[in-house]
Every structure is written in C-alpha cells, then in structure tokens.
Design a binder for this molecule. Structure first.
Ligand code: SF4
Length: 331
C-alpha cells in the first residue's frame, strides 16, 4: 500500500516564558492511503499537537522539526501560500469544537458553496452555482442531515453541535481531501450523537477511500473506527501497529493499562482498572522511560535510560521488555 503521509522524526517545541518545551519527540510513522489510524493517548500526550503540526496550524509559539511528506512534498518546509492550497483540498481537519470551523456570521449553505468554489478554483475548473448547490445538498444528505435545503439557510448558531459537526464533515467531503484528521470530533457532542458521528466518519472514509487519522483518548472508539492504532505518551510513540494485534495482544505496558481501563476491552480484568498516577508534565519529564513512574514492570534501567523504537512481531514498540533487552517479557 502507498503511504499517503510519511512522518519522519517529527519534533515539536513550544516557546514558553520558561524556555522551549518539547511536546512531540521524534515521531516517525507512515499513514497508508485509504486506511484509518487511531492516535490514542491520555490528555497531554501530544495527540492534538501532532494533528496541528501536520496541518501546520500550530500557534505561533510552536517550532517544528523533522519532515511530513504529503504527495512527495515536505509540509514542514512548505511556504504558507502553498500550504493554504494543501489545507482543505489535500488535508482537512475536523476540530474538537465544530463551531470553530465555521464563520458564525455566514449562512451554512454559503460556506459550503465556498468550499466547492475553493476546490474548483484550485483545480482550474469552472464554478457553476446551480451544480455546486446540487453538490452541497447531496453532501448534506450524505452526512445524514434532515432537510438539507433548510439547513443551508441557517446560521451556525441555529444548529445543534451534532448538526454542526455533520456540516463540517460535509465541508470536508466537498473539498475532496486525501486525508481527514479528526481531532476528538465527538468530545463536544451529546453521548447519544457521538456514536452516530463516529459511524458516519468511518462510513464516508470507506466510501471515498480517504485516509482518516482519528485522534481520541478512548481505545474503545479506536477499536470501532480504526485499521491501525498509534499510542502516544508524553509526546513519544509507544506502540504502533494493526488494530487487531494491539487490541488483542498489547505489548507496551501503557497500552495494556489503557485497555484494562475501559469496560468493553478484551484485555480486561474482572474489576475495572485505573491507570495509577497522571501523565508527566512536559516541564518535568522522568529521566529514563517516560512511563517509568506508572509502569508495573519498571526495572533499574527504565529509570536511567530511555528505550528506543523497536520493530517487534510486525509492530513498533518502545519498551525495554522487548527486543532481548530483558528476558522476562510481559505475556
Ligand atoms: Fe515499563 Fe521499562 Fe518498558 Fe518503560 S521501558 S514501559 S518503564 S518496562
């Protein structure tokens, strides 16, 4: 399969009054065309930073190193003008807060028509209002919004959070991107709507063959939506591989802890487990393995040295328990 996005040694810092703080450290991963990768980790693991680094939408205090190859071009060194062309029609981001993606003083229909116009202009095609309106109506229908013609006449504030998130997804479809990055797209929505939006994203990803990068804190959601799972902790890739392997036989102790923490997990104990402690602050990371102060298997070396990335049994894992560094592996 062809990689639609190749990230190499991606490192992100933020400039703060206390100096540079590193929030993503040497992330390397390939995202193949047409697959869904769930990026999973607790709050503060660097998930959203990864999404914003790919779309180059980090705040001005963000500093990016490494490379992000999209269609053979490096987004890290790409000039802003060219980046604007890639954003939307190449890579589209669905934000946590769907209202932030829309202009509050423009009717929804007009904003969706503008998305069609942007796509057509970038491709050198002629924009026709009538056919664009039909296309907008079809996409609103695709995202299962009732009465699309009425929805087009509304301002964002006149719609519910669930309806707005569907409008944003429709906008993504109209731009026909190769990649959609969905950053916790259901976290601001009512629980009853969350499952519908997740199912819709997955359905559309399959229908249109896009690559979907789904950022979530919830492995249960990752299990439903993804082909592959990438686990992040303290800005480091801890485990990355096929969803089935990771859910059925997690290798990294952090992945195991996350899986034990959700009720429907296959890797669960009788009583619901809670990961001990909290993720470390980026201002005071542990010296060795960044998970060492929460890891039930930590041994001397873990507190002095940080493990590197290993390829083990078809997946990537960062832990001294693998690769022959220690004999007593976790089952
Ligand atoms: Fe645990 Fe050590 Fe592996 Fe880190 S390297 S996850 S502390 S066993």
């Amino acid at each position: 399969m062809t990689a639609s996005l190749s990230i190499r040694d991606l490192t992100v810092y933020y400039k703060t009054p206390l100096g540079l703080v590193q929030v993503l450290d040497g992330l390397t991963a390939d995202f193949d065309q047409g697959e869904t990768v769930a990026v999973v980790g607790e709050s503060g693991s660097g998930k959203s930073t990864m999404g914003f680094a790919i779309t180059r939408l980090l705040p001005p205090t963000g500093v990016v190193e490494g490379s992000i190859l999209f269609e053979g071009q490096d987004l890290v060194s790409m000039p802003q003008k060219k980046l604007r062309d890639v954003r939307g029609t190449g890579i589209f981001m669905v934000m946590q807060d769907p209202f932030s993606s829309l202009n509050p003083v423009k009717k929804v229909g007009l904003q969706l028509l503008e998305a069609v116009q942007i796509r057509m202009e970038r491709r050198g095609e002629h924009f026709d209002y009538e056919s664009a309106s039909k296309e907008v109506l079809k996409r609103l229908y695709d995202v299962k919004l009732p009465d699309p013609a009425i929805i087009m006449t509304k301002y964002p504030y006149q719609l519910s959070g669930g309806q707005i998130q569907r409008v944003v997804i429709a906008m993504g479809l109209l731009l026909e991107p190769k990649i959609i990055i969905a950053d916790e797209p259901t976290s601001a929505l009512d629980v009853s709507i969350q499952a519908q939006v997740i199912a819709l994203l997955k359905e559309l990803q399959q229908q249109y063959g896009m690559t979907l990068i789904f950022i979530t804190h919830d492995l249960a959601v990752a299990n439903v939506v993804s082909d592959k799972v990438l686990i992040l902790y303290a800005g480091r890739l801890m485990e990355f591989g096929d969803k089935r392997d990771i859910i059925q036989k997690p290798m990294h102790p952090y992945t195991q802890g996350l899986l034990k923490s959700f009720p429907s997990g296959s890797y669960r104990e009788k009583e619901l487990y809670s990961l001990p402690g909290m993720p470390p602050s980026f201002f005071s990371l542990p010296v060795g393995c960044k998970f060492s102060d929460r890891c039930p298997y930590a041994f001397d070396r873990c507190f002095k040295e940080e493990p590197g990335i290993l390829d083990v049994e078809g997946r990537t894992v960062r832990c001294f328990l693998y690769g022959g560094a220690r004999k007593n592996r976790v089952a």
